[in-house]
Structure formats: C-alpha cells, structure tokens
Design a protein around this ligand. Structure first.
Ligand SMILES: *Cc1c(COP(=O)(O)O)cnc(C)c1O
Length: 364
C-alpha cells in the first residue's frame, strides 16, 4: 500500500525508554528503576494539583470545556497577556505541529540549529519542507541571520535553553535578532526549559509579553511537562499576537486537552513554591554533576535546564555507557543519534543522582 511519500524519509521519534519497557526487558523491579531520560520533574507534581485532579476525577463522561478559559485566564494573568494571545496544545509538541502545518509545505524551508529538539525536523518532514541547519553546536545568532538571508526560510526554530545540549542564548541578542527578521518569517522561541534558565541567569529570560508586545512574527512556546512535573498530562501552550494564533486554531482538533489535564495545569500555575523548590534542587544537584565530570575528566556543557549533557572522550562510547546503565536499571539518553558521543542525564533527586555517580565510573 502506498502512503504519503514524505513519510518515507521520517525516522519515528525515539522517546526516552519508559520504565515499563525496562521492567519487561531486564526483569527488574519497577521500584529499582531510575529514569533520568526525559527531563521530567523528579519530584512529580504539586500536591495541590493531585488534590484538585482527584476531586474532579468523576467528571469523565462530559467533553472538556473546549474554550479552556480557566487555564487560559490563569496563563494570561501569569504572563500579562490577553487570552486571545494564547493557544493550548496537547503538549507544546502539538503547537509545534500546528505551526509547521500552518506555515510549511514542499516549497518552503525551515531553519534550525545543527543539534536541537528532534520533533522540529519530524513535523517539517511530514509536509515535505526543506530543512536547513546551522553548523555550530550552540545557537549562533549571527550564523542564523546569515542563513536566514540566504535561504529565506518560512519558519525559524530557536530552542532556548536548547534540548539536548542545555545551553541558552542571551535574551538581548535574541531580541535584536528578532527585530531583523522579515514579518513573513515565523520565529518560534521554544522555552520548554525557560523556568530553569530564569532560575539560574536572568539574562537568558525571554517573556511571552515581550514577544506579544513587540513582534507580529514570533511565537513563544511553553510547557507543563518539565518544571511543573505534568509530562503525563500533556499540556503546552503558544503565546503570540492574534494574527498568528487565529490561523493555528484552524488546525486544532476539538477537545485536544482533557478535563483532568486542564484542571491540573490551571492549578499548577498557582503553586509557585513547588516550582521554585524544584529549581533550587536542580541547580544544587547540578553542581554535583559538574564536580563528578571534573573528577572523571568528562566534559560537561554549561546547562540552563534540568539536565546535563556529558561529552565523553574518544576512548569512551556513549551508546555502550547508556546500555550498561540500562542493565542496572538506570535510564539515561544516549545522544549518538545526534552525532554526539555524549549522554544526556536529567537531574534527579539527590538519591537518584547518588546512584548515577555510584554506577557510572565503572563503565567509563
Ligand atoms: C519537552 C520539550 C517540548 C515539549 O514537550 P511537551 O511535553 O510536548 O509539552 C518542547 N520542546 C522541547 C525543547 C522540549 O524539550
């Protein structure tokens, strides 16, 4: 049977291995498995979210509120924008999908960093768009600008902080870059880890309000999957001026966010303390990863996220290391698929990180 020809060139997204799979493959007890592979919050989510969701768990027969006003109002208040500037997706992944389908086709191109979030490419390939990448590992905005002038892409993805490397661009330079881009090129600022970046260094902070107030060709993306600890609920958002948000709505399937997810995300925004504590643990524990790297002569990329990228030397092999750790019940992300001899490790609880520091040296 024949399918859409664009699908032939797509390699399916490889998610971090779920705990259930490791249980089956290695016969380990689920409670002995530590997953540091998908940048989830190791503390779970706020207790107030759990309570709120438990209270409405009986309301599953009715379709969700498709206006999503409770969540949109909460986001609008937090970011000081209008509800009309917000679109909600089943994860910010879905908003990326809307953007790609709204702006790209076989005759257009998309510009992204040499190493960045894999889903940009996968969605772009679905519509047959040409993919153009910069050459430097970190986002180099001068190079982005040169390539923008040459290729005239319809969409530019800027992932800051970047996944899977953890580095972030300077906000002032980014705003300068944005001001030079033609209004028919849509720039996507993917801020999936922005809460962490702000917790470490304010000069990396880009706010949705800045974007809405100053640009009619830029969209800011955020998610509840990382700092808010709601990866399982699938809620993300895009913030932009109405002339961008309205066309994206034409691609949104009805009821794309469940009743429980809408409630979870709305309540999660109220518990700032939970997020602050998570961020504090993150950067305290990150120092321990930096010391670990130094002691074991591994290079660590300066990170503004809830993960660290450890670059191995030529005598070491990231796939082997990830496999060896997996057999011991520790799931990390091998980055060989990105052309890096490196692993990405989500910063866990102190206990989980101890385990990583204990296990890893024997495999180096
Ligand atoms: C995790 C992540 C997302 C989206 O996650 P969702 O769970 O779909 O909201 C988007 N961009 C980057 C860079 C990410 O790491």
């Amino acid at each position: 049977m024949e399918f859409n020809k664009h699908l032939e060139n797509i390699k399916s997204y490889e998610a971090g291995k779920p705990i259930e799979l490791v249980v089956r493959e290695f016969g380990l007890d689920p409670k002995d498995i530590i997953k540091l592979a998908s940048n989830e919050n190791p503390f779970g989510c706020s207790k107030t979210v759990q309570d709120a969701v438990s209270k409405i768990v009986k309301n599953m027969a009715l379709y969700p509120d498709d206006s999503m006003l409770k969540l949109k109002n909460a986001l609008a208040k937090r970011f000081r924008v209008d509800v009309k500037n917000i679109i909600i997706g089943s994860g910010s992944d879905q908003v990326i999908e809307f953007i790609v389908h709204a702006k790209l086709d076989e005759n257009s191109s998309v510009l992204m960093n040499s190493i960045t979030f894999a889903m940009y490419e996968i969605y772009a390939k679905q519509v047959g768009a040409k993919i153009v990448r910069t050459s430097s590992q970190e986002h180099d905005l001068d190079e982005f600008y040169e390539m923008y002038k040459t290729h005239k892409p319809s969409v530019i993805f800027i992932c800051t902080p970047n996944n899977p490397t953890g580095d972030a661009v300077d906000a002032k330079s980014l705003l300068e870059f944005l001001s030079k881009i033609d209004e028919n090129t849509l720039v996507v600022i993917d801020g999936a880890y922005m809460e962490y970046a702000i917790g470490k260094d304010k000069s990396k902070e880009i706010t949705p309000k800045q974007i809405v107030d100053s640009f009619n060709n830029v969209i800011y993306l955020g998610t509840f999957s990382k700092a808010y600890g709601l990866g399982g609920m699938r809620v993300g958002y895009g913030v932009a001026c109405e002339s961008i948000i309205n066309p994206l709505y034409k691609l949104r399937p009805p009821f794309n966010i469940t009743t429980l997810s809408l409630e979870a995300a709305s309540v999660a925004l109220e518990d700032e303390e939970f997020v602050e504590d998570s961020i504090e643990n993150n950067f305290n524990e990150m120092k321990r990863y930096e010391e670990f790297a130094l002691t074991n002569s591994i290079e660590i990329i300066q990170s503004y996220t809830n993960f660290v990228t450890l670059c191995l030397n030529d005598t070491q092999n990231s796939s082997q290391l990830a496999d060896s750790l997996l057999k011991k019940g520790m799931i990390v992300r091998d980055l060989s698929g990105y052309g890096l001899n490196a692993i990405r490790v989500t910063i866990g609880t102190p206990f989980q990180n101890d385990k990583f520091f204990e296990l890893t040296p024997q495999f180096l």
